[in-house]
Design a protein around this ligand. Structure first.
Ligand SMILES: *[C@@H]1O[C@H](CO)[C@@H](O)[C@H](O)[C@H]1NC(C)=O
Ligand SMILES: *[C@@H]1O[C@H](CO)[C@@H](O)[C@H](O)[C@H]1NC(C)=O
Ligand SMILES: *[C@@H]1O[C@H](CO)[C@@H](O)[C@H](O)[C@H]1NC(C)=O
Ligand SMILES: *[C@@H]1O[C@H](CO)[C@@H](O)[C@H](O)[C@H]1NC(C)=O
Ligand SMILES: *[C@@H]1O[C@H](CO)[C@@H](O)[C@H](O)[C@H]1NC(C)=O
Ligand SMILES: *[C@@H]1O[C@H](CO)[C@@H](O)[C@H](O)[C@H]1NC(C)=O
Ligand SMILES: *[C@@H]1O[C@H](CO)[C@@H](O)[C@H](O)[C@H]1NC(C)=O
Length: 492
């Protein structure tokens, strides 16, 4: 009787979980000077109830920090590894062994996906990965099968939307003809392994590249310029893009292939349309739209798994695409939330607003600023020097610090460099133009950063070594225990 009751309770709970199922995950990129250490990031994910995380490699220290949690993880083989995975005998088997199978034990890591490359057909790569991606995918899929992982771990390729031909209407969209030789066999592999087609979509970049792109079409609130694609009408860029992909999949013979949205989001700085207010609004409407499972006109009522881009700002990412590139985080570099966001919107779970990281490991509360009594002769050269070796994107036109006076502007750049140099006193000189201060020079929306303490990630003790060394589960249990001890000592 008691047992039966327990069963009911479990079933009811399970039903609740299913009804409010969330497809929300986050991209965790680490292209930063002194990024928030993995232990803090995992706590941040947990505090925010985030259950899926997408990585850009298979870093041991990051995976170690995810061990023992129920967070579903996507590991990745970066583009520069594709050629080895494609053409070197056994490379894919070794990759799977070291970066998937090794974490598969009680208390290990819940790896669910392997991303093979990242946007490998991006036009900007000039076809560098065009030939190697398909054989790399094939080898990884075979390696997962050989390792007995194929039922739980799926291989995907996160594509950029520029694999599509950019037809005027969603229904007319096809894969670019020049990619078909590669894409068709990939589709067959995805179909055989029950893997989704993965794509990254960026309505913000449409707006950035074409200022005439109507902002309300990027958003989800109805539009002054809907796209008419009879019998369907599109009021938002996301549905139009998803259906463009679905039309291409249909035309290629895979009308029901699921779609995984690998990256989607809105940045908060570096451009006039990249603001905290717009990003907060966009992400809220996006989450609401996707989690309420309304689907798209071509796939009504369909659940889409999606990964927000991104979790944290990354202050040394290339700004070739644009200065906004370092500001995609829902959280600043230090894990401080940028806006209110209900991550449970669209589900029937309780409202869940963003929680900032607890006690980020900051360096001392000190800044490097312009000494206003100094001789200003060489100011420009010194500001340029500081900015060329740090992150000054918040000073760009339309950005959060664009309104600073020239003096405050100089202070911002000196401080950016000083923090990148781990607050080395010698990095706050600039020919006598600068001085260290404890007074926070932040003004309004313009936040002067204090860097995080340098952290040395643990290395995989088994990487590249012969069998016979301690196995990974032992290593992880020991390190997790050490981490726990460290945490305990922090509080005494
Ligand atoms: C596993 O992934 C790591 C991190 O991405 C990489 O450096 C390493 O070479 C991979 N291991 C193998 C055997 O390919
Ligand atoms: C692609 O080609 C352009 C123009 O030839 C060049 O500037 C760029 O560096 C190339 N990019 C890569 C990744 O090879
Ligand atoms: C890819 O293969 C094609 C056809 O064999 C060849 O012309 C091209 O140079 C190759 N590209 C690379 C980057 O290896
Ligand atoms: C895709 O997989 C489904 C289910 O396994 C199968 O019925 C269908 O024929 C496959 N499609 C193609 C084009 O191979
Ligand atoms: C300006 O820079 C030049 C070249 O580095 C240096 O010789 C000169 O002393 C500097 N002037 C001041 C006022 O610091
Ligand atoms: C502030 O610095 C940035 C980057 O060096 C520069 O582009 C901008 O013109 C400067 N603004 C002022 C008001 O000096
Ligand atoms: C690794 O070590 C654990 C604990 O000592 C043991 O239970 C497990 O079987 C070992 N795994 C392998 C693959 O040797």
């Amino acid at each position: 009787m008691a047992k039966g009751l327990g069963g009911w309770v479990v079933m009811v709970l399970l039903m609740g979980v299913l009804e409010s199922a969330s497809g929300l995950g986050v991209n965790w990129g680490t292209i930063s000077i002194n990024p928030l250490p993995p232990g803090y990031v995992v706590k941040l994910l947990q505090a925010n109830g985030i259950k899926k995380v997408k990585l850009f490699d298979a870093d041991f220290d990051v995976l170690r920090s995810l061990a023992g949690t129920d967070i579903e993880v996507m590991v990745a083989a970066p583009n520069d590894m594709l050629s080895r995975l494609a053409y070197t005998d056994g490379a894919a088997d070794d990759w799977v062994k070291e970066n998937v199978t090794a974490y598969n034990f009680q208390g290990g890591v819940n790896i669910r996906w392997v991303a093979v490359g990242n946007e490998p057909f991006l036009t900007g790569y000039n076809g560098s990965y065009l030939n190697s991606t398909l054989p790399a995918l094939r080898n990884i899929v075979n390696a997962l099968q050989k390792a007995g992982q194929a039922d739980t771990v799926k291989a995907i390729i996160p594509f950029n939307a520029d694999i599509l031909d950019g037809a005027a209407l969603p229904s007319q969209t096809r894969f670019k003809v020049e990619y078909l030789d590669q894409i068709l066999p990939m589709l067959q592999i995805f179909n055989n392994t029950n893997a989704p087609f993965s794509v990254n979509l960026y309505p913000f970049i449409s707006k950035y590249q074409n200022p005439d792109f109507p902002l309300d079409f990027a958003f989800f609130m109805g539009t002054t310029s809907p796209v008419n694609d009879p019998p369907n009408v599109y009021n938002n860029a996301l549905d139009a893009s998803l259906d463009a992909l679905i039309a291409a999949l249909r035309a290629a013979g895979y009308p029901n292939m699921p779609v995984l949205l690998g990256e989607i989001g809105w940045p908060t700085d570096g451009n006039e349309f990249a603001t905290v207010a717009l990003a907060g609004q966009y992400n809220q409407q996006l989450i609401n739209h996707l989690q309420s499972n309304v689907g798209t006109p071509l796939r009504p009522g369909v659940f889409t798994e999606f990964y927000m881009f991104g979790l944290l700002d990354e202050n040394i990412k290339s700004i070739l695409p644009g200065p906004y590139e370092r500001h995609w985080g829902m959280f600043f570099y230090d894990g401080v939330a940028k806006y209110d966001l209900n991550l449970a919107a669209g589900t029937n779970a309780a409202v869940q607003t963003l929680q900032s990281a607890e006690y980020p490991p900051y360096m001392s509360a000190q800044y490097c600023v312009l000494n206003t009594f100094a001789d200003m002769t060489n100011l420009t050269q010194n500001v340029d020097f500081a900015c060329s070796r740090s992150d000054c994107t918040p000073l760009y036109p339309g950005s959060s610090c664009a309104f600073l006076t020239p003096e405050q502007n100089a202070s911002y750049s000196f401080n950016a460099y000083f923090q990148f140099q781990n607050q080395d006193p010698n990095a706050c000189n600039f020919q006598g133009l600068a001085k260290i201060t404890a007074e926070n020079p932040s003004v309004g929306t313009c936040r002067f950063p204090i860097g995080l303490v340098k952290y040395t990630p643990a290395k995989n003790p088994n990487s590249g070594s012969s069998p016979g060394v301690r196995n990974l589960s032992t290593v992880l249990v020991v390190t997790v225990f050490t981490l726990l001890l460290n945490t305990l000592f922090c509080f005494v």
